[in-house]
Write a new protein. Structure first.
Lengths: 577, 268
């Protein structure tokens, strides 16, 4: 393994363009992904702010944006969901932090295929630009939701935004799929081939395991979405009928015959459910890493954590039908999908149990990364426990397509995953940029964000139980929905405060990048390989030396050791794993 | 810091739980036979998940505060885990989750595996951007033919669903924009959509089912209380999704017979 690592080494580039723009260095590419996702998350968050304002003040005329019409609202929700899922939740944890830290944590000088790595970033970038273009074409962005259910998404005449905007939307996703496939190949190969001497699979940090499993999920899932997207483009532009039967829109008979709207749903969710785990697995990895480091204790049940992630990945491909209990799919298959969905809750429960076990009888240090990891666990529990409601088809009769679902997935794959990213940012920022972030403002940011996200997303469950349908631009037309408006008002106020608090994070981020105190090589007294090299790491990560690994990743509080932690590269002793 | 974090986590947990227990916002009162089972299963799930929620969040808060690093903290418990505990935990959650699911599945099977009985009231529900139409087969008990070529949504009524009036079976078909149902009689609904997917959601009747172009989906339910219940579309269907609204009037059998007779009379 060490020999193949040397084969892939390349000389440090000199010019600005090769160094910072079309760089082959996984660290630069990781930072590029990070900033792309940071841009995307502000766009996505701004869209959600407009939605929240429109829900409560439907006639407000906003500066720059003007009046929000029902179709504008649907465009906002489509683009919010799409941008957040693809360009934030998939891009930052995997493309950003995974790219930067996977090679370093396994002791490799770079990714296995640096050119492919550069290509996958720039392809993602193109996909983002194409997506944003959908706002500016005639008819605007599509209104079919991030799930793009056919026939609505397949018929240009079915609504405003379903013309060129929808074509751009599908094209962008197809490009994104190609980028993700390239990235996934690279991650898998790197993990399998480029581990340093002594870095056995069972000595890999849980972050590496999470990126590795996420890459496998991506490899299997994005190919299906890519094919589904191409078929949808053909239905729209080439007269095929994969997803559309004979339909009559506004009294006009469309040319399609014999297609199946449910086919799109099957293909989409075959990708869509693993995508949930693509978003959350890296967060689980980061939470494990941070909880162990800041509790000064080995992770509780390392092997159980690995097996749980593998089980989640495995079951993740067998539960897509739980999105379709009300779709007209056979009620017998609902039975099978529902049991399998309950099974996927078991490894998730194991992980929670082990996180609590890690902190139990530890020496908890409350630096900002730890606060976010603890917040992650809390959100993961809250978001996870609404899963067994939605996994039961009989409860979906009431809850499907209500805000209960919106609350569920925002807590777990939205903000829990984002808390994972915040933990990762505060934790690895010193290594990436050579300086420390401000602790005091980090804490302020954390407390407002944790309280705020609960204030936004917990009430959605109450709304959903009361029958509050999702994707409604206004609650004015249905009498029982009008009574639920106070919940919407509360959530909007909470959203405004929480969004405002994110400025604290961005200011802290950029200010610390230039003005923060210099970081040492190992400011958190952590054990994994990225903390053995200089801050920031040199071009080849370890300055010409190849690390040799003697220990497991989370050796904290080792009795008899000179410090309270043993780094992975410390000389082998008999007392440590 | 540990104390502040514990306080916040506990506060969030208790506040969240309060609104579930107080039922400040809750299901509308059930007006269908299935409501009893569905509400029971929902309550059971709430109790079980609520216990897990409270146990996990409260212990998270407590652990965070109790094991904060202090100058006189005892050495940490150097442990890599406990296989016996992992197994116990795994078995417990599996039993809880799968058991809960199996209980719910009985109800699901009764709702969706069986067809409507022979005496059920026949109603066809058609969704289109952005209205619901209801068709009753009339005294002959047979729906007349419809044709996409005849569909004219702007005309409403029979023309909207494309009823072929030259078909003898269509002569006595009644098409309306409001659904009337007799109380305590099973309803056999046949769901169709002409353009995109819609979803027929009547919260009070504990009923939801997508209406999908190209499919004719049969469902059944039994309303048990006279009253007026709102229909909301529950599948994103375009810009008018939020106002694709309708009403179900559940009336006595007598009133239903009168109502349908009056509609038949209007047709002649």
């Amino acid at each position: 393994m060490a020999t193949s690592a040397t084969v892939h080494a390349h000389a440090a580039p000199q010019g600005f363009i090769r160094k910072y723009i079309f760089s082959l260095d996984h660290k630069v590419i990781g930072i590029q992904y990070f900033f792309l996702a940071l841009t995307a998350v502000w766009v996505g968050m701004f869209l959600s702010l407009l939605m929240r304002i429109h829900l409560v003040w439907p006639n407000a005329v906003l500066p720059l944006v003007g009046e929000i019409k029902p179709e504008t609202y649907l465009s906002l929700l489509t683009m919010h969901g799409t941008i957040m899922v693809f360009f934030v939740l998939t891009t930052a944890p995997q493309g950003g932090f995974g790219n930067y830290f996977l090679p370093i944590q396994i002791g490799a000088p770079d990714m296995a295929f640096p050119v492919l790595n550069m290509l996958s970033f720039w392809t993602t970038f193109v996909a983002f630009v194409v997506m944003i273009c959908a706002f500016f074409v005639t008819g605007g962005a599509p209104l079919h939701g991030w799930t793009g259910y056919a026939p609505l998404s397949a018929l240009p005449s079915a609504g405003p935004g379903e013309g060129l905007g929808a074509d751009l939307w599908i094209t962008s996703i197809a490009i994104f799929c190609i980028a993700s496939l390239m990235g996934a190949l690279n991650f898998i190969t790197t993990t399998l081939d480029l581990r340093a001497k002594g870095m056995t699979m069972m000595r890999m940090p849980l972050t590496v395991w999470s990126w590795f499993i996420t890459a496998i999920l991506g490899l299997l899932a994005f190919g299906v979405l890519l094919s589904a997207g191409i078929l949808l483009l053909m239905d729209r532009n080439m007269g095929t009928s994969f997803y559309v039967p004979l339909v009559v829109v506004n009294g006009q008979i469309m040319g399609h015959r014999g297609g199946s709207p449910l086919l799109w749903q099957h293909l989409f969710w075959f990708f869509g459910h693993p995508e949930v785990y693509i978003a959350i697995l890296p967060g689980m990895g980061v939470a494990s890493q941070v909880l162990s480091t800041f509790s000064r204790k080995p992770i509780f049940g390392y092997k159980a954590m690995v097996y749980a992630m593998l089980a989640i990945g495995f079951f993740g491909f067998m539960v897509w039908g739980h999105h379709m209990f009300m779709s007209g799919m056979s009620p017998y298959s609902a039975f099978a999908f529902s049991i399998l969905t309950m099974c996927i809750g078991v490894p998730s429960a194991i992980k929670t149990f082990n996180w609590l076990g890690t902190m139990y009888k530890g020496h908890i240090r409350f630096q900002t990364p730890m606060l976010y990891a603890i917040g992650f666990v809390s959100l993961f529990v809250s978001g996870g426990l609404s899963g067994p409601f939605l996994a039961q088809p009989v409860l979906d009769i009431q809850l499907h397509d209500t805000y209960f679902v919106v609350g569920h997935f925002h807590l777990i794959m939205g903000v829990a995953a984002i808390f994972g990213m915040f933990a990762a940012t505060y934790y690895w920022f010193p290594k990436m940029f050579g300086r420390m972030m401000n602790e005091m403002w980090g804490r302020v940011h954390f407390f407002i964000t944790l309280a705020g996200t609960y204030a936004i997303f917990m009430p959605m469950h109450y709304l959903g139980i009361a029958g509050g349908t999702r994707r409604y631009s206004q609650y004015t037309e249905v009498a029982y929905l009008q009574k639920l408006m106070p919940i919407h008002q509360f959530m909007t106020y909470a959203a405004i405060i929480t969004i405002a608090a994110q400025f604290i994070f961005v200011i802290n981020l950029f200010w610390s990048m230039f003005k923060g105190p210099k970081a040492s090589d190992n400011p958190w007294e952590a054990t994994t390989l990225e903390w053995t090299t200089t801050t920031p790491p040199p071009h080849d990560n370890f300055g010409g030396k190849t690390p040799v690994v003697n220990h497991g990743p989370y050796e904290y509080g080792v009795p008899g050791a000179p410090r309270d932690y043993v780094m992975q590269t410390d000389p082998a002793t008999s007392s440590v794993h | 810091m540990g104390l502040a974090l514990m306080a916040l986590i506990w506060l969030i947990t208790l506040a969240s739980t309060y609104f579930f227990v107080a039922k400040t916002w809750w299901l509308p009162i059930g007006a269908a036979e299935a409501a009893h089972f569905i509400d029971g299963q929902l309550a059971l799930t709430f109790v079980l998940m609520g216990i897990v929620f409270l146990a996990a969040q409260l212990s998270l808060g407590y652990i965070v505060w109790r094991y904060r690093q202090q100058p006189n903290s005892p050495p940490v418990n150097y442990s890599h885990g406990n296989t016996k505990l992992e197994i116990v935990w795994t078995v417990l959650t599996t039993v809880l989750f799968v058991g809960l699911n199996l209980m719910g599945s009985r109800v699901w099977a009764s709702q969706r595996f069986d067809q409507a009985g022979p005496g059920a009231v026949q109603v066809e529900v058609t969704g289109m951007q952005f209205a619901w139409y209801f068709r009753y087969p009339g005294p002959d008990g047979k729906y007349g033919a419809t044709s996409p070529k005849l569909m004219d949504p702007s005309a409403g009524g029979e023309a909207a669903v494309g009823l072929n009036t030259s078909d003898p079976a269509a002569k006595d078909d009644v098409v309306t924009g409001t659904m009337y149902l007799p109380v305590n009689r099973e309803v056999d609904v046949s769901l169709r959509a002409v353009d995109v997917i819609h979803s027929f959601f009547v919260p009070s009747l504990r009923f939801k089912q997508d209406a999908v172009p190209g499919l004719n989906i049969h469902m059944h339910f039994t309303p048990t209380a006279v009253g007026e219940y709102e229909i909301a579309c529950a599948e994103l269907c375009g810009l008018g999704h939020y106002k694709m609204h309708g009403m179900v009037h559940v009336v006595s059998q007598e009133d239903f017979d009168k109502w349908i007779a009056a509609r038949e009379a209007e047709k002649q």
